[in-house]
Design a protein around this ligand. Structure first.
Ligand SMILES: Cc1cc2nc3c(=O)[nH]c(=O)nc-3n(C[C@H](O)[C@H](O)[C@H](O)COP(=O)(O)OP(=O)(O)OC[C@H]3O[C@@H](n4cnc5c(N)ncnc54)[C@H](O)[C@@H]3O)c2cc1C
Length: 568
């Protein structure tokens, strides 16, 4: 059932076997997976069913360098469903190499193997509604997918690996009714957890303190707690719960909030193709899922050149530069103020528009009105009105020129971190301060990856790949787009021991017997892959683990449907 925390009588104590904090992709997955377990689950979610400005403002914080990192209340969404209410739906599994300790990447290596996570990918793929768990272009649809660039078979890159797209599924919208019907699940909306109270010896969590914006407060006692509040809010809650553990829960070795990674991502270069046949759009699998090829740096190349994981995607030319002469791209540029911050950010990356640029975009629109009209019609039919949405802007460039989108792994750097600011929110909880950093290896991964691809393009005879003069400084290009806004990774990393991680391979906080974390905060490394599919896979694995840990499985037929409440 789904209820409203504002209706809970002040100072009530609620009890459950499992308390999940946060109702985004991770929290909702956990609740769904536990709904037939016989365990009473209480999911506490800060937001409601709609966006609510005062709740969203609880995400406000400080950023060390605003050119490199977005404001902390942008991108992530503080409402039921979390950021899946606005995500793009791109699904990609991690690669086996991501789990290895790689000598050239400091702090790399997971305490669990790829296969441990891979077991859960098919079920995760189902939950995100991305069709079958098949990420190979040769088999993802009957007869295989069309080649991206005919005759291009590079050595250092794999062009048969694909990404699949979720609808994109808003976890709250899609799974709310299942949770409503589940007898053993209680979701409380508008419930803000402001503190985890550790028992006096620090070895377990005795209760969570919950506040509502209208002045309510109550406690939750549970056998096991899971924090699933996203990669920035998870360290905040643990750092702010600092009475018994003076430096925050799980922070005995000063790892909490550190090794903060997003991805380095942006658009680079000009690919001029001779007469090779190009397909840079989407194929659809038989079940309707949109699939797309990518150009992935092979594991062998990462080893040979000492690089991080990296993919390129064939992309239309950069929209802000009117040299593309494409009416549809100019129409998007001119409409950029109508596009949400999260999706419009890269349209403003080159600074304010001057009159000359603006006029050149208008000129493109005038000379290519049919291209713009075709794009608009397609977008409305296949994106705005469709249940399974066309994933992104795909426009055939007029001059057969493409650019490359890159999406690269970041080195887990201890100096890249999230910590508590002096400022507090209306509950008196310290806000966060984000100091995101990138490393020279992050830049080298992009620069060397690009150089390798340029060489392979030249050798294949399909055309040429070059950097524009203003792109010669790759570090400046990495800085132009900065941290990829929606991915918050590594701030409560998994490790073999308390000295190397905040949580163990099951997601349990070292030294605290009944506290688990879910979400990308626990990833020790970031991969080239977008995080959500792996978040969901790990949440499914955690649900199975919690179930196996529960000492006294409950027979639901003998339990009352409502959860226990008592006065404090
Ligand atoms: C614009 C955008 C595009 C994206 N596109 C992609 C993509 O294409 N592919 C991909 O893999 N990923 C994408 N992502 C990232 C994806 O949305 C996240 O990885 C995913 O939502 C993380 O799930 P989560 O449950 O860990 O955290 P969240 O979704 O952040 O959920 C956390 C939940 O916790 C709640 N909460 C926070 N604090 C508290 C508290 N103190 N008490 C109670 N509740 C609390 C929040 O309200 C929220 O509901 C995108 C993100 C954005 C913003």
């Amino acid at each position: 059932m789904i209820g409203d925390a504002r209706r809970i009588v002040r100072d009530t104590v609620l009890t459950a076997e499992i308390c999940v904090i946060g109702g985004g992709a991770a929290g909702i997955t956990l609740a769904l997976a536990l709904r037939n377990s016989g365990l009473r689950v209480l999911l506490l979610e800060s937001g409601g069913l709609q966006e609510h400005a005062p709740t969203q403002a609880l995400y406000e914080g400080e950023v060390e360098d605003e050119l490199l990192h977005s404001p902390t209340d942008k991108y992530r969404q503080r409402r039921f469903g979390g950021s899946t209410t606005i995500w793009g739906g791109r699904c990609v599994p991690f690669d086996p190499i991501d789990f290895d300790a790689r000598p050239w990447i400091p702090n790399s290596g997971w305490p669990i193997a790829y296969d441990t996570v891979a077991r859960w990918y098919p079920a995760a793929n189902e939950l995100v509604e991305a069709g079958a768990f098949d990420y190979d272009a040769r088999t993802a649809r009957n007869g295989g997918m069309q080649p991206m660039i005919e005759g291009f078979a590079p050595q250092e890159f794999d062009v048969d690996r694909i990404e699949r797209f979720s609808c994109p599924t808003d976890f709250a919208g899609r799974y709310r009714h299942r949770l409503e019907r589940a007898e053993s699940i209680r979701v409380l909306l508008h419930a803000n957890v402001t503190k985890l109270q550790a028992a006096r010896d620090g070895g377990r969590i005795s209760h969570a303190e919950v506040r509502t914006l209208d002045g309510g407060q109550f406690r939750v006692q549970a056998d096991q707690f899971v924090v699933a509040t996203g990669g920035l809010e998870t360290p905040r809650l643990l750092l702010a719960s600092n009475d018994v553990h003076a430096d925050g829960i799980g922070n005995a070795h000063d790892l909490l909030g550190r090794t903060y990674m997003c991805h380095v991502a942006g658009t680079l270069g000009t690919l001029r193709l001779n007469d090779a046949k190009v397909w840079h759009g989407y194929d659809r699998a038989e079940d309707g899922t949109y699939c797309r090829r990518r150009i992935a740096l092979t594991e062998e190349a990462q080893h040979a050149h000492g690089l991080g994981n990296l993919v390129f995607r064939l992309h239309h030319p950069r929209i802000p530069d009117p040299a593309h002469r494409t009416g549809a791209l100019s129409a998007i540029y001119l409409a950029k103020h109508l596009i949400s911050y999260e999706y419009g950010k890269r349209l403003t990356g080159d600074g304010p528009t001057n009159a000359r640029t603006w006029l050149r975009h208008v000129g493109n629109l005038v000379t290519d009105p049919f291209g713009a009209a075709d794009f608009l019609t397609h977008w409305v039919r296949h994106r705005t009105l469709a249940a399974r949405k066309f994933p992104s802007v795909i426009i055939r460039p007029r001059a057969n020129l493409f650019s490359l989108d890159f999406h690269g792994e970041q080195v887990p750097l201890p100096e890249s971190r999230v910590h508590l600011a002096a400022a507090t929110d209306p509950f008196g909880m310290p806000r966060i301060r984000v100091d995101w950093r990138y490393s020279p290896l992050d830049v080298r991964t992009v620069a060397t990856g690009f150089a390798l691809l340029r060489q392979e393009v030249a050798e294949s005879g399909i055309g040429s790949l070059s950097l524009d003069p203003h792109e010669a400084d790759i570090e400046a290009m990495v800085r132009r787009d900065g941290a990829y806004g929606g991915h918050h990774i590594g701030t409560a990393r998994m490790g073999d021991s308390e000295a190397t991680g905040v949580v163990d391979g099951n997601g349990r906080v070292f030294g605290v017997n009944n506290l688990f974390l879910a979400g990308s905060a626990i990833f020790p490394t970031s991969s080239q892959a977008n995080p959500t599919l792996t978040i969901v896979a790990l949440a499914l694995r955690l649900a199975a683990h919690l179930q196996s840990r529960a000492t006294t499985p409950v027979d639901l037929t003998t339990r009352p449907a409502t959860l226990v409440e008592s006065g404090a």
